[in-house]
Write a protein that binds this ligand. Structure first.
Ligand code: ADP
Ligand code: MG
Length: 636
């Protein structure tokens, strides 16, 4: 069925030119942008020298926006129009959002949303906004920062996402980037980015744990490094546990220690800010002075020691260890299997956190890089490679490969592999298919994954239909099917009929939902069945060929049956009937023989049909018309 195969190799960058590419850590609390300069990954700062950009956007009635610190300052004054933690809402429907009531936003009800499939939307002074738009505003600010610092437009960005982000959340992140005018070189898992920043992709193979305690979330990822490829073995965490909870504990301690009466919202916000400052101060000092003048006129003047801070936050630290244990269990590993532990997130600066992690893993965690920059630094390194800025000898490109072949179902339930397993991504391949029946106007495209020859032994990924194929004789239509796997492992399949241009497509994430064990199992199966499969495939192919021949002859009989005598017709019909029964059986040789018989019986018939159609084509034409027809080979 396959007519020809067309490979589309990726284009390589011009060697001499340095492409401006950045890595972006789009965080729940803070975002950063980094790039590689003279071979070194560095975080880019704003005009005031600040590297973090709070992931906060405020929408103003005049349509203007404030992003970052300016927006953060107004959060307590204008909570409704100041969006924080938009990352928690990315790719989510209204129904998916837990604790919606505790958020200060005016959520647009699902019933008011048209066509957006219930995506979360917030009504702000500046209009209705989706989390994608909010994230796009954060990204736009980072892009402007980068372009100002680097002095030119960016060729693209690597943007990091939590390892547990599903397809919808990843797609939403890409949409946000597109909206911000950024070309996404790829999405990269945050723990993988952190591991790259530590150069672990160059290190010995083995299992690494990435412990990420941010502002409001805790993530643990267990990665396996093998041949330069990171695989996420397990993820876990707590989406409602982070540095903010430590602030809260200090705040409660302050209320008690200073014997404060119930506070106004503003005073509470002020003390929370003081609490956070004290927490961060204690990372480098033994005692933190806390002073604040409340609106009520009262003066708060306290000293918080490391001992007290450690004591009041002990349960929070312990709470992070539970998900770590579970993730290890999920990966089927012991503490002793872990080769290294990477610390990520501003909150891992706290000495008590460092200590607890070190004790649990029985080794000192890697912490010599800035924990709130490490994800952005790793992303920048990756962006630099993907943009083609590779130095000589620097050939350790982090590879991601397609674990199982991707293909299509063809007639007879057979699999035609389009992208073979172990192809590095991104990958794109196209192949042409044709119609099976005369006048066939629709084609079912069934995308499958696996190594086996029969569809029933592979995993079904998606089905779609190509409709509106102009009616033609069987085999005349040319349908080009393109498979494209982008750097994030998203597969897009498009089918296009070449003469009419009708097109249909579908996007799927092939690896989604398949564990490594399942992949290994599928590979083992295919190995065990190679010989069997080849025979079953050959049989199926013969059955399909037989069916095709029968249909072709039957269609010819229908239009030109009068060219045969009754006796000839009888013999042809007999041969058809015989082939039909043989094709139901399992003997490939018999099927081939029956096909030969039918072809022999219809040889004369085919010749007569040819004569007839030539006579029909020539009838009523003038000589000069025929000449033109002949010289151009085309009938105009
Ligand atoms: P996210 O990944 O959620 O965007 P970050 O990694 O930027 O978050 O971490 C933000 C958290 O780190 C905040 O709670 C902040 O107070 C905390 N943090 C930053 N610096 C320190 C420090 N020196 N000591 C303790 N906590 C810190
Ligand atoms: Mg983070």
């Amino acid at each position: 069925m396959a007519l020809l195969q067309i490979a589309e190799p990726g284009e390589s960058a011009a060697p001499h030119q340095h492409k401006l590419a950045v890595g972006i850590d789009l965080g729940t609390t803070n975002s950063l942008v980094a790039t590689v300069r003279s071979g070194l990954a560095v975080v880019l700062s704003d005009e005031l020298g600040r590297t973090l950009l709070p992931s906060v956007v405020r929408y103003l009635p005049d349509g203007g926006t404030q992003v970052g610190f300016d927006a953060q300052e107004q959060q307590s004054v204008d909570p409704r129009n100041t969006v924080v933690s938009a990352k928690r809402l990315m790719g989510r429907g209204l129904a998916d959002i837990a604790h919606r009531e505790s958020m200060p936003y005016d959520f647009v009800g699902a019933e008011d949303v048209q066509g957006a499939q219930g995506m979360v939307r917030l009504r702000t002074a500046g209009g209705v906004k989706t989390p994608v738009e909010v994230s796009a505003d954060v990204l736009r600010a980072l892009r402007a920062r980068a372009e100002a610092a680097l002095g030119g437009p960016l060729v693209g960005a690597v943007i990091t996402v939590p390892a547990y982000f599903d397809d919808a959340q990843r797609q939403a992140t890409k949409d946000a980037a597109r909206l911000a005018g950024l070309s996404v070189l790829r999405l990269l898992n945050e723990p993988t980015a952190a591991a790259i920043a530590y150069g672990l992709d160059n290190a010995a193979e083995g299992v690494y744990a990435v412990y990420d305690l941010g502002g409001g979330t805790f993530d643990i990822s267990i990665l396996n490094l093998s041949k330069g490829i990171f695989e996420v073995l397990a993820t876990g965490g707590d989406s409602a546990l982070g540095g903010d909870d430590f602030d809260q504990r200090i705040f409660c301690w302050m209320l008690e220690a200073a014997k404060l009466k119930p506070l106004s919202a503003e005073d509470a916000r002020l003390l929370l800010t003081r609490a956070r400052e004290a927490k961060e101060y204690l990372t480098f000092h033994g005692v933190a002075p806390i002073t604040a003048r409340l609106n009520s006129g009262e003066l708060v003047d306290l000293k918080l020691t490391t001992e007290i801070f450690t004591e009041i936050t002990q349960t929070l630290v312990a709470k992070t260890i539970q998900p770590v244990k579970k993730a290890l269990r999920d990966a089927g590993l012991q503490v002793a299997d872990v080769k290294g532990v990477v610390m990520v997130g501003g909150a891992t600066r706290m000495p008590q956190v460092q200590r607890a992690v070190g004790e649990f893993f029985k080794q000192d965690p890697l912490n010599n890089l800035d924990p709130d920059k490490v994800v952005a630094l790793g992303a920048a390194t990756q962006a630099n490679l993907l943009a083609g800025n590779r130095a000589a000898g620097d050939d350790w490109l982090l590879l991601d490969v397609i674990p199982l072949s991707l293909g299509l179902e063809t007639m007879g339930g057979l699999v035609e592999k389009i992208i073979p397993r172990n192809s590095t991504i991104p990958a794109a391949r196209a192949q042409e298919f044709t119609t099976f029946r005369d006048g066939q106007t629709a084609m079912a495209v069934h995308v499958v994954q696996g190594e086996r020859e029969l569809v029933t032994d592979c995993r079904s990924l998606a089905r779609f239909e190509l409709r509106g194929i102009p009616p033609m004789v069987a085999g005349a239509a040319r349908i080009r099917v393109t498979f494209q796997v982008d750097a994030d492992g998203l597969l897009a399949v498009a089918a296009r009929e070449q003469t009419s241009g009708v097109e249909a497509n579908v996007t799927v994430k092939p690896s989604y939902g398949l564990s490594d064990d399942e992949i290994a199992g599928m590979l083992k199966d295919s190995m065990a069945h190679t010989k069997d499969d080849a025979m079953r495939r050959a049989l199926k192919e013969a059955q399909v060929e037989a069916q095709r021949l029968i249909e072709a002859v039957q269609s010819a009989l229908k239009s030109d049956g009068e060219l045969l005598s009754a006796e000839e017709l009888g013999r042809v019909e007999g041969a058809i009937a015989k082939l039909q029964t043989t094709a139901l059986g399992e003997n490939r040789r018999h099927i081939t023989l029956a096909m030969d018989d039918l072809e022999a019986e219809t040889k004369d018939f085919a010749a007569r049909r040819m004569d007839k159609s030539i006579r029909r084509a020539l009838a009523g034409r003038k000589v000069d018309e025929l000449k033109e027809f002949g010289s151009h080979g085309e009938n105009k």
